[in-house]
Design a protein around this ligand. Structure first.
Ligand code: PEP
Length: 251
């Protein structure tokens, strides 16, 4: 049985005060929820104060990225072991904004997945096609290759226990233009088949595949009713307490 995961990616938003308040409100309003896992991904400087607010709760803490080395002369970079040491349980690897704005290649993403797993955390591997790729019928080729290349450095057992996939069509991120449940379900089923090809059927059936891309209170129920959608990676709507909590209470 796959426990749904609702994750909030705060991107480069919030101040210290906003972040701490958002975390405490999410904690207060989701305390009763037992059948869903919740995680938040604040900006780096706010991880420690948010961790303090979440201490003793079941809400997971995650980072939005990490560097591919554990330590060294890499000015400005943050490593997976550092993130583990401040209480992170998850790291987003290969978010489309990291791929398109910061140039993360599939090989870089694979190295970040490796470092995350080595440091005892769960990698949330983000994959998804652009609008142009979808129009030209390339969705499966692009998504299939991002999944395989992103997981190239981890074993089937590590994938099963330490990886979550997030399918985030690039054209749906931050645009308000979400995939329909049927469109998302198609790609999720395809990702599950791809995972089966990497290991065993157990691997494929146990892995959580999240959908991301303009998930809001008014579309989450339809998406979550799909058999292969196991949760959501939420950007914009995760910054508004009420919206995020409603998403976590999907029906
Ligand atoms: C995201 O940041 O991963 C995301 C899906 O953003 P949004 O929900 O705003 O589309």
């Amino acid at each position: 049985m796959r426990k749904p995961l609702i994750a909030g990616n705060w991107k480069m938003y919030t101040t210290l005060m906003d972040a701490v308040e958002l975390a405490s409100e999410i904690r207060r309003l989701t305390e009763q929820l037992r059948d869903v896992e919740i995680a938040v991904f604040p900006p780096f400087p706010f991880l420690v104060p948010v961790a303090a607010k979440l201490a003793g709760s079941r809400i997971g803490l995650g980072a939005q990225d990490c560097y591919v080395a554990d330590k060294g002369a890499f000015t400005g970079a943050v490593s997976a072991p550092m993130l583990r040491s401040v209480g992170c349980r998850y790291i987003l690897c290969g978010h489309s904004e990291r791929r398109s704005v910061f140039g993360d290649s599939d090989a870089t993403v694979a190295a970040k997945v490796r470092r995350t797993v080595d440091s005892g955390m769960t990698a949330v591997l983000c994959v998804g096609e652009t609008a142009q790729e979808r129009r030209s019928g390339q969705t499966s080729v692009v998504v299939g290759s991002q999944v395989k290349l992103g997981l190239a450095q981890v074993s089937a057992e590590e994938i099963r226990s330490n990886v979550v996939i997030a399918y985030e069509p690039v054209w749906a991120i931050g645009t308000g233009d979400t995939a329909t449940p049927a469109m998302a379900q198609d790609v999720h089923a395809f990702i599950r088949e791809t995972l089966a090809g990497l290991g065993t059927d157990t691997l494929a059936s146990e892995m959580r595949i999240l959908y991301g891309g303009s998930v809001k209170p008014d579309n989450v129920d339809g998406l979550m009713s799909c058999p292969d959608i196991d949760g959501a990676l939420v950007g914009g709507a995760s910054l508004e307490v009420k919206s995020f909590v409603r998403i976590a209470k999907f029906e």
